[in-house]
Design a protein around this ligand. Structure first.
Ligand code: CDP
Ligand code: CDP
Length: 236
């Protein structure tokens, strides 16, 4: 084998992908990459330039001169991984409500996806990485050794969001509103024409309702060792 293994983690908003992927990477001493942060960075730039996120032609025009740099989280580096667009650090800015609201619209555009797909694949050429997003197992790394489709009920994901917002001293938002925003983003992500959010045929579905982060991490680490053992047996 010329590269190290790859773990692909996909799933809907708030399923726990970022938290779990990062912990799995730390445990297995792999790199960690949050592909959603890249879609958020382009969305941030579009909004910052006053471009209508739905205007595909105008959005496509910013793509050629947008340079995204991402510290592919080495174990021990701070979280979230730092990210820059055209040399401006946007690590915090990409988490704003405005970016969250518009990111699915921008991420549905073929030019945007084409550009980021290439860059994501470059991060994985040597393997040894946990990448999370919506289309990692289906488009970015269909050859990944382990694919996880992480889910949780909308209610559970809304509760988690509410906890996260409270921890950031954000003014309170009702569970109903949060659930609706999550539903809306899932709907857009699942129904777009290019690379929709979809479970790969060979992905293992893991519902995280009622599971702690430690539980989920332990399950994935176990599945990883299992899949490597199976591959070694087949190779013999
Ligand atoms: O809020 P959350 O952490 O769940 O989302 P994210 O991972 O930061 O991704 C933000 C948005 O980027 C998603 O809602 C998708 O529209 C888009 N995305 C995508 O289209 N493909 C990916 N591989 C990752 C994210
Ligand atoms: O990346 P994604 O949007 O899928 O989710 P996240 O930002 O990693 O997780 C959303 C929230 O759920 C975080 O506050 C996690 O700590 C929490 N979480 C949880 O409570 N239980 C789990 N099994 C996984 C995540």
């Amino acid at each position: 084998r010329s590269r190290r293994p790859i773990i692909a983690i996909d799933g809907p908003a708030g399923a726990g992908k970022s938290t779990v992927a990062r912990r799995v990477a730390q445990t297995l001493d792999l790199l960690y990459l949050d592909s959603g942060a890249m879609y958020r960075a382009i969305t941030w730039l579009v909004l910052q330039r006053g471009i209508d996120p739905q205007d595909e032609v105008a959005v496509a025009e910013v793509i050629p001169d947008c340079e995204i740099r991402l510290a592919a989280g080495e174990p021990g580096t701070p979280f979230p991984s730092r990210i820059w667009i055209n040399d401006q650090e946007v690590t915090r800015a990409i988490r704003s409500p405005a970016v969250t609201q518009h990111v699915s619209t921008v991420a549905a555009q073929p030019m945007v996806r084409q550009r980021l797909l290439q860059q994501q694949q470059v991060h994985g050429v040597h393997g040894g990485i946990v990448m999370e997003g919506r289309d990692i197992g289906t488009q970015v790394f269909p050859q990944a050794e382990l694919k996880i489709f992480l889910t949780a009920s909308v209610q559970e994901r809304a509760r988690r969001r509410q906890r996260d917002l409270a921890a950031q001293q954000h003014p309170p938002v009702s569970l109903e509103d949060l659930a609706q925003a999550i539903d809306e983003r899932d709907r857009k992500d699942s129904t777009r024409r290019v690379a929709p959010l979809q479970q790969a045929d060979d992905a293992i579905e893991l519902c995280t309702d009622g599971l702690t982060i430690d539980d989920v991490v332990a399950k994935i680490v176990h599945l990883y060792h299992q899949s490597l053992n199976a591959a070694a047996t087949t190779a013999d």
